[in-house]
Design a protein around this ligand. Structure first.
Ligand code: PYR
Length: 498
């Protein structure tokens, strides 16, 4: 066994010319990695010679450092006897957050998914809220994602004996207790120390399918290890420029029992999310400082850019046969928006598509998934009767109510994805919050299915909704309590204060 390294020795390597850091009790020489760090070297240098675990954890899977740093840079374990325990003084912001957590509404007082979002906004660190809640450019699409559902009205049927209603279904051939799956969202530990595991554990308990994000805070294996026997998971894929890394990731997922591959196709580059980008300008003292003295690092990169430089913008339809050759999992394209691409996905023999605009975080003024669904289903009907057992269409974006879910299914979707709302449900309440979110969906599904006159998911049909106003983007839409109260207007450039 190699000798332990004292923390005093580590402290001697506290500069750009020799930079060691401690993560989870291990010492790493990251000097040569500094220029390559996607988040910039400045953030690592802040921890040069010190323990970086607390800063590292929320935004990296535990194995990121061991996978990316060559073995010879793994210097060994730190000698625990030499570590001087620093009693960390809480900042004013941390004290404020602790007080808010103590005063947060009890879980019994949460009656809808908007409540989780409002609580998350209050208790999350500003950076986490900015990253999670932000959308691209003028944030028009993120609002439209909700508004579009409000332009669809029900045409309910009556006298159908709705004493028993059943909202369970199958998604890509897998049983699901809800017609809703947990869509991929990145960096769960920004919101809660257990990150994505809150979702895994709740999903396992309640028979809900979780899509594992490529950019999770927890490692892929940690998430799979937290499942119960028989629990179904899908995986979301950002395709790496190095296809060998992608091949290994996909094949490992399949070997670990994952049942569906969702390739993200709407993000050759991550969108400009201004709330997130502005956060990056402010350091702890509130002074604007931007990656100074570094070449090649753009000044306008927020968390999103920092974690996504590996994504391959050259991905194209030509790659699809390769994906089919490396896996037997059903392949779904996540982020399709037109009938043209939907038909191409069908003709390439894929298992389905997600009509998605990435929660409004990519192309602003892209239409909503639910609006696109109508044209897409019409186009797919030219290939055969709908629903088509060979091809499923999912929708995500803006879904906060069971009525939204039922509208999408009535219009031809197999199921819907919900990302942010589940993530917000664990920020203040952990696993219990996610379980409560499932309960809210169940309660709302029961009531809405009874009121619409549909006893099962199969009984939902296009005649049960009036979507004639869906393309009318200019009309008045009903007031939106979520956005009017919880979300703030975008800030504009700020003058310096004296
Ligand atoms: C996002 O920030 O939207 C990612 O998908 C990483």
């Amino acid at each position: 066994m190699s000798a332990l390294i004292s923390s005093q020795t580590v402290a001697e390597h506290a500069s750009a010319s020799s930079c060691w850091i401690i993560v989870h009790g291990k010492v790493y020489d990251v000097t040569e990695f500094l220029p390559e760090h996607p988040g910039g070297s400045r953030i690592i240098l802040k921890y040069a010679g010190k323990d970086a675990t607390e800063a590292y954890d929320p935004i990296h899977p535990p194995d990121a450092i061991t996978t990316h740093l060559p073995k010879e840079k793994h210097l060994g374990a730190v000698d625990p006897g030499t570590v001087i325990k620093v009693v960390k003084e809480l900042t004013a912001e941390e004290i404020r957050r602790q007080e808010l957590m103590a005063a947060r509404p009890s879980i019994d007082e949460i009656v809808n998914l908007h409540d989780f979002e409002a609580v998350a906004k209050a208790i999350l660190p500003a950076k986490a809220w900015a990253y999670y809640s932000s959308a691209s450019d003028d944030e028009i699409t993120i609002r439209e994602n909700r508004a579009a559902y409000q332009r669809i009205w029900f045409r309910p049927r009556v006298l159908r004996d709705v004493s028993v209603v059943d909202w369970s279904t199958t998604i890509l051939g897998q049983r699901s207790s809800l017609p809703v799956y947990i869509s991929a969202t990145a960096l769960g530990k920004l919101g809660h120390p257990d990150g994505e595991l809150n979702l895994t554990r709740a999903a396992g308990k309640h028979g809900v399918i979780q899509m594992i994000p490529t950019l999770a805070s927890c490692s892929f294996d940690e998430i799979v290890d937290a499942t119960v026997p028989g629990q179904t998971q899908f995986v979301q894929l950002y395709v790496n420029r190095d296809r060998e890394i992608t091949r290994k990731y996909v094949q490992h997922a399949e070997k670990r029992g994952v049942k569906g591959l969702f390739i993200t196709v709407d993000a050759p580059q991550l969108g400009r999310r201004e709330k997130d980008m502005r956060m990056k300008f402010v350091d702890e003292s509130g002074v604007a400082k931007v990656q100074e003295n570094q070449s090649g690092v753009k000044k306008d990169e927020g968390v999103a850019r920092a974690i996504s430089s590996f994504i391959d913008p050259s991905l194209s339809w030509k790659d699809i046969p390769w994906f089919k050759s490396i896996t037997n999992m059903p392949i779904v394209l996540k982020g399709v928006a037109t009938p043209e691409d939907a038909l191409m996905a069908y003709d390439y023999g894929l298992a389905g598509i997600v009509l998605s605009n990435h929660g409004g975080r990519q192309l602003d003024t892209a239409r909503s998934g639910i609006e696109n669904l109508i044209e897409v289903v019409a186009a797919l009907k030219t290939r055969g009767p709908w629903p088509n057992p060979k091809f499923e269409v999912f929708v995500d974006g803006g879904i906060r109510r069971a009525s939204d879910v039922l509208k999408a299914i009535a219009l031809g979707a197999s199921a819907v994805g919900v990302g942010r709302a589940f993530m917000y449900s664990f920020c203040a309440y952990g696993q219990e919050g996610v379980e409560k979110a499932f309960q809210i969906f169940r309660d709302e599904l029961e009531m809405n299915m009874r009121l619409i006159g549909a006893r099962t998911i199969d009984e939902l049909s296009p005649e049960m909704v009036d979507a004639s106003a869906i393309h009318s983007h200019a009309g008045l839409t009903p007031a939106d309590n979520l956005y009017n109260t919880t979300y703030q207007p975008l800030a504009l450039a700020q003058f310096k204060t004296k």
